[in-house]
Design a protein around this ligand. Sequence first.
Ligand code: GLC
Length: 547
Amino acid sequence: MNKTQRTKHRWVDGAIVYQAYPRSFYDSNADGIGDIPGVTAKLNYLKTLGVNAIWLSPFYPSPMADFGYDVADYCGVDPIFGSLADMDKLLKQAHKRNIKIMVDLVPNHTSDEHTWFHQSRQSRENPYADWYIWRDPKGHDKNGNPTPPNNWLAMFDGESAWEWEPARQQFYLHTFDVGQPDLNWTNSEVREGVKDAMRFWLDKGIDGFRVDAVPFMAKEPKLKDEPKNPDWKPGWHGYDRLKHVNNQGWPHLFDYLSEMAAVLKEPKYAAHDRFMVTEAYPSWHNKISDYMAYYKGMDPEVAAPFNFEGIGLPWQASEWHDFLKAFHKSLDDFSPLCVASYAFGNHDQSRLVTRIGESAARSAAVLLMTLPGMAFIYNGDELGMKNGIIPPDMVQDPGAVSSEGRDPERTPMQWTPGKNAGFSKADKTWLPIADNYKTHNVRSESWNRQSFLNLYKKLGKLRNTSATLKHGDFKIIPTKHKDVLGYTRSYDKVTHTVLVNFSDKPATAKLTDKPGRFVLSSFASSKPTVIDSTVKLAAHEAVIYEL
Ligand code: GLC
């Protein structure tokens, strides 16, 4: 059975999902930090982009050690972002416009300010004693200080992942910041606790979850030492001194994720087509099998892993050709229920335009919006936003102690060419505004036919009105040019042909068949010359045809 033969269409098939990082999206109360009412205020804008769903990065009560990824209460809203009533309002207003809401779920760790951890750290006997990963010291150093149970490192600072707790005379594990203790997923009470949090939001009417940092939920059962990374060189990030084969990705991960997926299929929720997308970066060498492990290990009817090739693959036609061919074949071979979920950017990764340049980023937009499955747009990427420059006294990210950190891609959304790019009326915003805001902002781009925004709007409209782009089969086609990727999407009697020139030189693609009617080019005023089945593309141009 292929996708065309699938009878039930889910909303995720072909969905455009917009990641709103609430801190940086829109500030409704002039405190310099974006908030939930700010997202509600901009729903009509998202509608003009053709957005079908919003993924909201964490808005839960949090000491903000990791800007909300340190959750102190899974079932609340931090006052910085608003209130539960504001979330209800957002849900209502979004649903009224036929926009779904996915919330971020952070199951691997909580904040050290979560009541579970407050209890857990008090003694070895309290009811939450076994909810986190506690271990005795391995020994003591020459000064009599306890030494960590193993050599594991924390991801942000590259130092020991263990923190001493005097009250228990034990260490707790934190894969990320010291304020993010890892939950003990081998404890069924923990699993029930997180599943109850899921039910809380499902009962409120949310449509799905983006599930954070999932590989770390399943560790090597004995917490064995990690092997050294022989390739590590001074100057590299400290975390990379070791190979991380024991702190993540053990097979019981899929038992945990299946339990979570099963919540989405509980009778109360099943009828509503709820869905979860998991965050797990694949290894460089086994990426297809890494992605497939998630499809196979979860329930593809309600769960899919993010596809991060838009972030990881070099911008080269041959790389994309080989990946797409193998990946979509694996998906089709496994189950017609598999949904790809492509992301070309997020709040942890350098901006797309900064990585590959403006012209290539335009053709990346065409690629993203014509591939099967879910297309994730990180807020601001639709404007061609670039990494911001962060003066040393404004650095926020805990990850910035050992690298540039993630602040550059988190600068405020650019709405207008005015004060604070129209993001906030405050005197100071939590991060500075990136310097291309005068030209790259919603207002100015709306009036400019050539803008990124208008390209995204056109692509959004096309994707939403084309059953072929939503549900069609995917097939790589030959182009007889090493820099041009070609593929078709077909459904019913309509075929779209997409050609992407990855090079900074013009390129001529020779297809087997005529491509059909010209639909759009990544450059607003371009229309490539087509003679029979030969198409002349400009440098970095991507085009769509319809037959
Ligand atoms: C994920 C999030 C990232 C966060 C980390 C720890 O990778 O995307 O922002 O710092 O998990 O929760």
